[in-house]
Design a protein. Structure first.
Length: 161
């Protein structure tokens, strides 16, 4: 391989790394993750109790945790609050109405049950309320995380009240 071909190949590889975010120290900090967590917790406390109340469901468990994503090269994380509820006296149409009443927009029904939409840039979803138990959740966006930010994968109990 001549020198020009090697130089061109090096430029292509370095450009690809720069565009993919590899090699850089940029990304979200631990403070950014904390802010996203706080935003999701606030939204969950505003949205989920009303949705569950509309469906006649009672909270069995409520927890928050960071979901990890990425492709092995880029670290992405998002915070989600999930509620497992029992006793819902409703169907998917009722879930859609409850989500819309809570300010969730672009609500789409899942073909296998449940529905999801958006509220203030956050994902809000619920599983089919016709089962023995159901889940409803609020999730923040995936944030690309800077190198060196520790992974905290533990669940935490969430008080919705």
């Amino acid at each position: 391989m001549n020198r020009r071909v090697r130089a061109a190949a090096a430029v292509v590889v370095l450009s690809a790394l720069a565009l993919s975010g590899c090699g850089g120290g940029g990304g979200s900090t631990a403070d950014d993750l904390d802010a996203s967590r706080d935003e999701v917790l606030d939204a969950a406390r505003q949205v989920l109790p009303g949705v569950l109340d509309s469906l006649g469901a009672q909270v069995q468990e409520a927890y928050g945790e960071f979901d990890m994503g990425g492709d092995g090269v880029v670290d992405r994380r998002r915070y989600s609050v999930t509620v497992i509820a029992v006793g819902a006296q409703a169907d998917t149409d009722d879930l859609v109405a409850a989500l819309e009443d809570a300010g969730v927009t672009d609500v789409q029904v899942n073909p296998i049950g449940g529905a999801s939409g958006q509220r203030d840039g956050l994902d809000v979803s619920g599983s089919d309320p016709g089962g023995q138990d159901m889940s409803v959740s609020v999730s923040g966006p995936y944030l690309e995380v800077a190198d060196g930010v520790p992974r905290e994968a533990g669940r935490e109990d969430v008080d919705l009240g």
